[in-house]
Design a protein around this ligand. Sequence first.
Ligand code: FES
Ligand code: FES
Length: 171
Amino acid sequence: METAHVESQKRRVILSCRVNGQAVVEEIDPTMLLLHFLRDKLKLFGAKEACGEGECGACTVILNGQAVASCLVLAVEAQGGEVLTVEGLARDGELSILQQEFVFEDALQCGFCTPGMLMSARALLDRSPDPTDEEIMEGMGGNLCRCTGYQQIFNAVKRAAKREREELKRS
Ligand code: FES
Ligand code: FES
């Protein structure tokens, strides 16, 4: 009985991190995936579980500045870190430039692939504000969609990069 109790105690850790700018402290199973932490514990349903194997990009979030497949990352890897999900892109109820350009270019169809595409694009533009065509293709290469074209997504990222650079110059 005592052993079982100790075992169950061992299986919990306190995870403390920031998610979309908010401090979060939760007790979790150390084997919990980041994707499940976001969806099940924090009720942030933007990141989607599709393949569950790191192949499709539907679960992409940004962890400490890097786009990651949250279905392959343990939640504890976010310990002390920063997570950005699609819910954190809009500010004060206004879509970010990137989201606006996805809408403008019709670069979206379903809610499954779009959040992951947006997060890969966000990470790309953060590390490369003026990406080449090859960089865009490479940056978005891990995000699959079986039903729409990639040209609109490419155009949206390109337009967002331009607008963000212009915005930066003005500020
Ligand atoms: S659900 Fe994570 S990459 Fe497909
Ligand atoms: S998987 Fe989302 S539009 Fe194709």
